[in-house]
Design a protein around this ligand. Structure first.
Ligand code: GRF
Length: 203
């Protein structure tokens, strides 16, 4: 399967997907990396891995729809099957989400539906939660919403601050994202109606 990864920043989840795809047993390849930020560190990661990269800067477009049309052109030109948002900081329209329904994924550093949105780690520390984690989900029009594909949990330890918690969660993100994508590519999980269904042997 051909995968596009959309980023805005440092791109450690992109790196995890690049590393997973480097395994000959992995059923996908990254065909394209798109950043809406020209200086995103993730673009260098793509370059280092010899992956086609493109900047589609939202500031060059008057409307969200025009920005997304350019994004769609890039995705269609590279003939991608799946689009993975990985620290991509633009909200996508309903139209874009429905064009890519069942093939558009996001990763979020909380156990959704708890703690959607921004500054998640600080908010979890403030709330005093004892279990945190991350979620890979299909993207629907609402931010950090949509059918959940997979989750991983980590403990919040006494003495944690936002940074130490973020690091513990990030380690799981890097494992979870390639694993969830693999399930979809191999046809072991799929979007059926409004929820994800799995083959019997999926753990
Ligand atoms: C990750 O924590 C991801 O869950 C969230 O944004 C962060 C991106 O980090 N959506 P990176 O750019 O992949 O390093």
């Amino acid at each position: 399967a051909r995968i596009a990864v959309l980023i805005s920043g440092r791109g450690t989840n992109l790196q995890a997907l690049i590393d997973a795809c480097a395994d000959p047993d992995y059923p996908g390849e990254i065909a394209l990396v798109v950043s809406n930020k020209p200086k995103a560190q993730g673009l260098e990661r793509a370059g280092d891995a010899g992956i086609k990269r493109e900047v589609v800067n939202h500031k060059d477009f008057e409307t969200r729809e025009d920005f997304e049309a350019a994004l769609n052109d890039a995705l269609k030109t590279s003939k991608v099957d799946y689009v993975c948002l990985a620290g991509f900081m633009r909200v996508l329209t309903n139209g874009f989400a429905s064009d890519w329904r069942g093939r558009l994924l996001n990763i979020h550093p909380s156990l959704l539906p708890s703690f959607e949105g921004l500054h998640v780690h600080e908010r979890m520390i403030e709330a005093g939660v004892k279990i945190a984690g991350c979620t890979v989900h299909f993207v629907s029009a609402e931010v950090d919403n949509g059918p959940i594909i997979g989750q991983a949990a980590v403990p919040v330890l006494p003495g944690d601050d936002a940074d130490s918690l973020a690091a513990r969660i990030l380690e799981q993100e890097h494992r979870l994202y390639p694993a969830c994508l693999r399930l979809l590519i191999e046809g072991k999980a799929r979007l059926t109606g409004g929820a994800v269904t799995y083959d019997k042997n999926v753990k």
